[in-house]
Every structure is written in structure tokens, then in C-alpha cells.
Design a protein around this ligand. Structure first.
Ligand SMILES: [Fe+2]
Length: 271
């Protein structure tokens, strides 16, 4: 059994001096999320960070991110979103072998597969340089196909920044994962994939791609206003921040929990 926590859309933001203010909203929010995660009775085996880790993609933002994550005793697996800068991310996380091993070419995707307690976590890179939408070109899809083919019998979860399904909020669907069907074709050849987990939406949601259940994760910082009208109002709200916890067992059963950040102790026992 693997427990994989997912933190997403952290959006640490540096000031004009290139440093991240210790009292800024995203910093306080990430600290609180880390504390909430560590307070869970069952400690996750790993933490995946599904992109938009730094708002401006600046080295100072990643340095602060790295420091803020240091209380986490388990493995942490970062991946890029549309706000991120691959070079700066790779540089800050060069003590994370799978990230550093993705290469030094600025445009080399940050994509890798790791084992988490008997479950495979495959991190994909959907960033399109300079654009808010996401996609995976033929090269990245070929890598995914090959990577999944290497371990057909191991329950596998795939992580992306952009979710491969329609959310229904116009603002976020305008910067969607384009051509998710090509991604879905790859997944359909590998039935050991039991979940796709994504960020980008700043809300928890559940969707599907073919026969694969897909989820998005709340932001550790700001949540997106749920407006399903067209064109709808694009806004962030004061809804509680949070993160996701995925439970995956050896048989391929997968369960996703959405957890609001905060200190929520049991009120009373019920048995
Ligand atoms: Fe974001």
C-alpha cells in the first residue's frame, strides 16, 4: 500500500529584490499545508508537487520552496506547471536525483518514474514554453509509452500539471491540456495505470479519460471560483486551501481524499 500526498499550485512569489517574503500568503499557506500533512495519523510515503510551484519561475522562489519543504521526511517529487521554469526548478532540486537526471537542456522535459512503496509514480511534463495551456508532444508521449511498458504489472499513477479532462470553468478550460486523446491512447495501452492526478485547476475535482479516473488537487494557496456559466467570472476565492492524499494498493485499487489545510482534531470518538 502506498500513500501519496499531492501538493499543487503553491505559487511562491518573489518581490522586486528576487526574494520571497517570509510573511507572504503563499509562504504561510505552504507552511500550514506541510504542518497539516505531517499531522495526519498515517504519514504519506511520498509527496508529489504537481506544478505551478513558483509564480514567476525565479531561482529565489525555488530556493524558498526547497527550504519550506525541508520538514518533510519523505521523498518529494516536483514537476513543472505553466508558471514554472525548468532550469531554475532543476537547479534548486539538484539533490533530487530523478529531477536532476532529466538533463540540463533548458527545454528537456522534467519527466521521470519512481517507486513509492510498490506503486509506480510517473511524473509527466505538460508545460508548453511561454504558454498557459498544456500538451505532450510526440516525443514526450513516446517516453510515457516506453516508461509504462517497462513495468506492466505494477500499479501506476500518472501525474500531470494540466488535467486531461474538461473542468467546466471557462477560464481554466481555455488553458487546457490540448489533445488529451493522444495521451489517453497511450494510457489505454497500459491498464496498470489506475489514476491520473493533476493540478492547474486550484480545486479538487474528479473526471475521466477513457477508462481512467482522473483527479485535480486544491491549491495550497488560492482556490478558483466555481463558476460553471459562460463566459463566467474568473476569480479566486477564500475557500479553504488544501491538498490531496491518494491511497493505492498492490491490487490497483486507488482512492483519493481531499484534505483542507488546518488543524482538525477529532471531536469525539464514534465507536
Ligand atoms: Fe496555478
Amino acid at each position: 500500500m502506498a500513500i501519496i500526498a499531492q501538493l499543487s499550485d503553491i505559487h511562491l512569489t518573489a518581490g522586486h529584490d528576487g526574494a520571497v517574503d517570509d510573511d507572504s500568503g503563499p509562504v504561510r499557506a505552504l507552511r500550514a499545508a506541510v504542518a497539516s500533512l505531517l499531522a495526519l495519523p498515517a504519514r504519506p510515503d511520498a509527496v508529489v508537487l504537481t506544478g505551478d510551484l513558483a509564480d514567476g519561475g525565479l531561482p529565489g522562489e525555488y530556493a524558498r520552496l526547497h527550504a519550506l519543504l525541508s520538514p518533510l521526511p519523505m521523498a518529494v517529487y516536483p514537476m513543472p506547471g505553466n508558471h514554472d521554469d525548468r532550469d531554475a526548478l532543476r537547479e534548486a532540486f539538484k539533490d533530487h536525483p530523478p529531477v536532476w537526471a532529466t538533463g540540463t537542456r533548458p527545454d528537456a522535459p522534467i519527466q521521470y518514474a519512481v517507486d513509492v512503496n510498490g506503486v509506480r509514480l510517473v511524473c509527466c511534463d505538460t508545460k508548453v514554453e511561454g504558454r498557459p495551456h498544456g500538451s505532450m508532444d510526440a516525443e514526450r508521449l513516446a517516453w510515457l509509452d516506453e516508461t509504462l511498458a517497462a513495468a506492466p504489472d505494477v500499479p501506476t499513477v500518472v501525474a500531470t500539471h494540466h488535467p486531461p479532462y474538461q473542468i467546466g470553468i471557462r477560464f481554466i478550460d481555455d488553458m487546457r491540456f490540448t489533445q488529451p486523446e493522444t495521451f489517453g491512447e497511450v494510457l489505454s495501452r497500459h491498464p496498470q495505470v489506475v489514476r491520473v492526478m493533476s493540478g492547474h485547476v486550484h480545486r479538487g475535482s474528479v473526471g475521466s479519460l477513457g477508462r481512467t479516473v482522473c483527479t485535480t488537487c486544491p491549491s495550497t494557496y488560492r482556490q478558483l471560483f466555481l463558476d460553471l456559466t459562460r463566459p463566467g467570472r474568473a476569480a479566486v476565492t477564500g475557500e479553504p486551501a488544501g491538498f490531496a492524499v491518494h491511497l493505492v494498493d498492490e491490487s490497483g485499487s486507488a482512492t483519493t481524499h481531499f484534505v483542507p489545510t488546518g488543524s482538525y482534531r477529532p471531536l469525539m470518538d464514534v465507536e
